[in-house]
Design a binder for this molecule. Structure first.
Ligand code: ZN
Length: 180
């Protein structure tokens, strides 16, 4: 659960970060930035600010702004009926993004949020900077963390069905609840 005040503040900050990264957005879009705490009520530690430019039955484009050391919980995009699941390309625009995927544990720069060892199981670290990109096959577990500054990146993918995503942390609720 997030407080309305917290959401407004995070939205403003994310809007500023996106603009500073050189991505032009109009006020109507800024208003639509989704401040997601994944039901964990600890936005600055585990959360993300997501602006969806469009999401059709076939293609989706988003820009994601993450605050310093903010972590997006480990998740994967499962198959839905005859769709194999979301294939996603992450491309960093500004800042540093630590990206975690399956493979050899070489974690060096990022960290597991305190007490959450069981919720972050893939530990192959990619250090991504402006211009770096990676494509994730459907069903691949992944999570990200912003570096000391911030991280602004595009998520370009096939159709996003966020509410059906799988999360390792059983406490995650994808739909953000906002209290007055
Ligand atoms: Zn994803």
């Amino acid at each position: 659960m997030l407080k309305k005040k917290e959401v407004v503040k995070a939205k403003c900050k994310a809007e500023e970060m996106i603009r500073k990264a050189g991505i032009k957005i109009i006020p109507k879009e800024a208003e639509k930035i989704d401040v997601a705490d994944f039901g964990l009520s600890n936005l600055n530690k585990e959360g993300a600010q997501i602006l969806t430019f469009f999401n059709t039955e076939r293609v989706s484009a988003k820009v994601i702004a993450m605050f310093s050391y903010q972590t997006m919980p480990e998740h994967w995009h499962p198959s839905v009926k005859d769709d194999p699941g979301k294939e996603e390309t992450i491309r960093v625009i500004d800042g540093t993004l630590y990206m975690y995927i399956p493979g050899e544990d070489n974690m060096q720069y990022g960290f597991i949020p305190e007490g959450k060892d069981d919720c972050y199981t893939v530990r192959h670290e990619l250090v991504m900077k402006s211009g770096d990109q990676v494509t994730l096959e459907p069903g691949t577990k992944h999570w990200f963390q912003a570096g000391e500054e911030v991280a602004i990146f595009y998520s370009m993918s096939t159709c996003a069905r966020d509410l059906l995503d799988g999360f390792t942390d059983p406490d995650v609720v994808r739909k953000t609840e906002i209290a007055e």
